[in-house]
Design a protein around this ligand. Structure first.
Ligand code: DX5
Ligand code: ZN
Length: 234
């Protein structure tokens, strides 16, 4: 993909003013909203289920990127797709039958993907790469917004990008966690097409200018992607 998509994460939005928060980032130029589903089991925090995803679907004008941080994602997958997910991703750490769940989601008409924790090796995703529409690389341990970006994940994102080129695969790479105006460039350079950002947008004094700064930094990183030395990894 020849551009960078910044996907605001609603986890850090003010839920009492959700419609206004969504309109604000849509007006700023967001064309994807990241929606974090947590079950209090796979991660130590609880957010919401398919009913709220469907309410967000009815408020939003743009696509929804629904990130399932739940145990046993196969049990609820179809319900999140029916609720209006455009993209739906589940964690490779949560399930063994990765390929069959991706296949099921595609049959139901969703764009499907996998998410990989900072401590999980890329091998966990190998079997799924040719089937995935999206691969989410976590640069925080999932569970909470507003955490610091884990730079050690950058070589793994770069490796995933190189593998995608070698395979000629079509999946998009997303970086989720701790993305702000300082970390966006290296994430985009490494290979991320989609930059998820929650606290750096919604908790900032000027969310619109924060959104724009992250997009600008992401585009600068993308412009240097073909230069392997642009951001030395060691
Ligand atoms: C973390 C979530 C992220 C989070 C990103 O568990 O999956 O999507 O909302 O938020 P920030 O940008 O605040 O790290
Ligand atoms: Zn997320």
């Amino acid at each position: 993909m020849n551009t960078i998509i910044v996907a605001p994460s609603l986890l850090s939005a003010d839920f009492a003013r959700l419609r206004e928060e969504i309109e604000m980032v849509e007006d700023a130029g967001a064309d994807l909203l990241h929606v974090d589903v947590m079950d209090g089991h796979f991660v130590p925090n609880i957010t919401f289920g398919p009913m709220i995803v469907n309410a967000i679907r009815r408020i939003a004008r743009v696509d929804l990127d629904v990130h399932l941080m739940i145990s046993d994602p196969g049990k609820y997958f179809a319900r999140f797709i029916e609720a209006g997910s455009t993209y739906v991703t589940f964690h490779v750490e949560a399930i063994d039958e990765i390929r069959s769940l991706l296949e099921q989601g595609s049959k139901l008409g969703a764009k499907v993907g996998i998410a990989i924790n900072p401590g999980t090796g890329l091998e966990a995703a190998d079997a799924a790469l040719e089937m995935a529409d999206l691969v989410v690389m976590m640069t925080v341990n999932p569970g909470f917004g507003g955490q610091s970006f884990i730079h050690d994940v950058i070589p793994k994102i770069r490796l995933l990008h190189e593998r995608r080129q070698a395979l000629g695969s079509r999946f998009l790479v997303e970086d989720d966690g701790g993305v702000n105006r300082d970390t966006a460039a290296i994430a985009a350079w490494a290979g991320a097409d989609i930059l998820v950002s929650g606290a750096a947008i919604f908790k900032s004094e000027n969310p619109v200018s924060s959104f724009e700064a992250i997009k600008k930094a992401g585009l600068e990183g993308l412009a240097r992607r073909d230069d392997p030395q642009a951001f030395p990894l060691a």
